[in-house]
Design a protein around this ligand. Structure first.
Ligand SMILES: Cc1cc2nc3c(=O)[nH]c(=O)nc-3n(C[C@H](O)[C@H](O)[C@H](O)COP(=O)(O)OP(=O)(O)OC[C@H]3O[C@@H](n4cnc5c(N)ncnc54)[C@H](O)[C@@H]3O)c2cc1C
Length: 471
């Protein structure tokens, strides 16, 4: 069985060698043709089509250590798949050994200390379900099928970010298997340098096996949802969005988006496929206050649909899941913004009018708040000057339409990137984004991250990521 090595060569692994690995594992080894191989190798973005030579479906930390020992013995190229949601498909690689962590979905919630001990194959919905049993929540993202690990290692933001910062700001510790196959703890008490680097620097320093999250009282009910208007109302709605964002208490997060209306039951049939503008709002504090805070959105103009209501927090967390199914083709571009300028709004409206697929959108996420009040010494995640995030998610169905849709995203991005802080979100980067974009997303921490990489992974074993090269 031919497999790639770290020095860009290939070696032949015979059956006996694979059997010797199998004997060390609790989890399954999958090779092409095995039941489960296709499911395991594929990732969320249908553009990505890679075939690892074989896959280990890890069941625990001991499996990860056994794999790392094997990798060291044979100097193999590895990739690590968590939730498989990375747009660039970083969880999978041709000819590599894949460690598929997606069966490691255990969570233990300590409601007294308000900590969730989380295995790294968890999806956001796993953590929300378990923590909401106690009226608690971790700071996670907007789509519940996303993997917690990739999201956390690159920063992570969602409806609670304005109150408590990036997801990675709210990690209290991680267990990590290093390049020399040792299990270490990274926290503010142990291996502080590694802890700093892991919270923003991605999977560059080791294989994380557990993440501990601080939890906060949220829910079980919040006020959240969406109001939509015809796209012709976009100038006024974007003005409203800016006004409300300026005054928004930290409990309120506002997202504005323009796209063709999806065939959703809450939108009238005659609107399906027609251009709309929508505001997504989530008030994560007391619902009694939330109803009053979101009232101006519901009362504005003539909405074509309104599902901004009291609802379970877990429902809010999965509100836009169906807009992002696994297997469709995706190409995104993002920029952090210091503010929203009228000239940017004009361009959003003009590029939204040229959207080339019923699934694509232009989105503004409000992130300003707690993350702006933390210094670079806290963790390596960049962009603490960000107030909004502009994302241009292109999404379509057929490979034949790749060119046209990628062109639309790139044209819109080219025309709007001048409004950026200069930073972009590392977790939204596509396959074709190079060193300059990685550096821009990591910001001032890049030099320190290079030193850490040299210390913890001098051979660059962990390279299937937004790679930081050893010095
Ligand atoms: C539909 C959608 C919605 C999203 N929404 C949000 C959002 O609201 N907020 C937000 O912040 N981000 C969001 N993201 C971006 C998301 O954070 C990234 O795609 C992230 O990489 C997903 O993590 P994953 O574990 O699913 O990815 P994977 O593709 O499995 O992995 C991503 C990277 O992490 C590495 N990795 C995974 N597990 C480990 C591990 N155990 N140890 C070391 N390295 C590991 C992989 O090797 C790879 O380099 C969204 C993405 C999608 C597709």
């Amino acid at each position: 069985m031919k497999i790639k090595t770290l020095d860009d060569n290939e070696i032949d692994l015979n059956q006996d060698t694979i059997e010797s690995l199998k004997r060390r594992l609790r989890g399954q080894v999958l090779i092409p043709g095995d039941i489960g191989y296709e499911e395991s190798r594929t990732v969320w973005n249908g553009i990505i089509d890679r075939r690892p030579t074989f896959i280990v479906r890890c069941l625990g930390t001991a499996d990860v250590i056994a794999c790392m020992q094997f990798v060291r013995e044979h100097k193999l190229l590895i990739c690590i798949k968590g939730g498989g949601h990375n747009i660039a498909g970083l969880g999978t690689a041709d000819g590599a050994l894949m460690l598929d962590m997606s069966l490691m979905r255990g969570i233990m919630v300590d409601p007294v200390r308000k900590i969730a001990h989380t295995q790294v194959g968890c999806l956001l919905s796993d953590v929300d379900s378990e923590t909401q049993l106690y009226g608690l929540a971790a700071v996670l993202g907007f789509v519940s099928t996303t993997g917690v690990t990739g999201l956390t290692l690159g920063g992570g933001f969602g409806y609670l970010t304005r109150r408590w910062g990036w997801t990675s700001d709210n990690v209290t510790g991680m267990n990590v298997v290093t390049a020399d196959a040792k299990l270490v703890r990274a926290s503010s008490e142990e291996n502080e340098d590694l802890f700093w680097g892991l919270r923003g620097g991605g999977g560059n320093f080791g294989i994380v096996t557990e993440i501990d999250y601080s939890l906060f009282p949220v829910g079980p009910e919040i006020v959240g949802g969406m109001v939509a208007w015809h796209a012709s109302d976009a100038p006024e709605v974007l003005e409203l969005y800016q006004e409300l964002a300026k005054q928004a208490p930290p409990e309120l997060t506002l997202v504005a988006l323009m796209r063709p209306a999806p065939p959703a039951p809450w939108l009238p049939k005659e609107m399906h496929g027609k251009p709309i503008i929508a505001i997504v709002a989530c008030y994560s504090g007391d619902p009694y206050d939330g109803v009053k805070v979101v009232a101006p959105i519901k009362a504005f103009g003539n909405p074509v649909g309104d599902v901004l209501i009291r609802r379970p927090y877990t429902q809010m967390q999965s509100l836009i899941d169906t807009a992002n199914p696994k297997g469709r083709r995706y190409y995104w571009k993002s920029e952090y913004l210091p503010r929203i300028e009228p000239a940017l709004c004009d361009r959003i409206i003009s590029h939204a009018a040229k959207i080339s697929s019923p699934h694509s959108a232009i989105i503004l996420f409000q992130v300003e708040g707690a993350l702006n009040n933390v210094g670079q010494e806290h963790s390596s995640v960049g962009n603490r000057d960000a107030h909004f995030l502009l994302n241009i998610p292109g999404s379509w169905e057929k490979a034949g339409d790749d060119k046209e849709n990628i062109r639309w995203v790139r044209e819109a991005w080219d025309d709007m990137k001048s409004f950026s802080t200069g930073g972009n979100y590392i977790n939204f980067q596509t396959e074709d984004e190079g060193r300059d974009r990685i550096n821009a997303s990591l910001g001032r921490g890049i030099q320190q991250l290079g030193k850490l990489k040299t210390k913890w992974d001098p051979q660059n074993v962990f390279r299937m990521n937004r790679n930081i090269r050893p010095a």
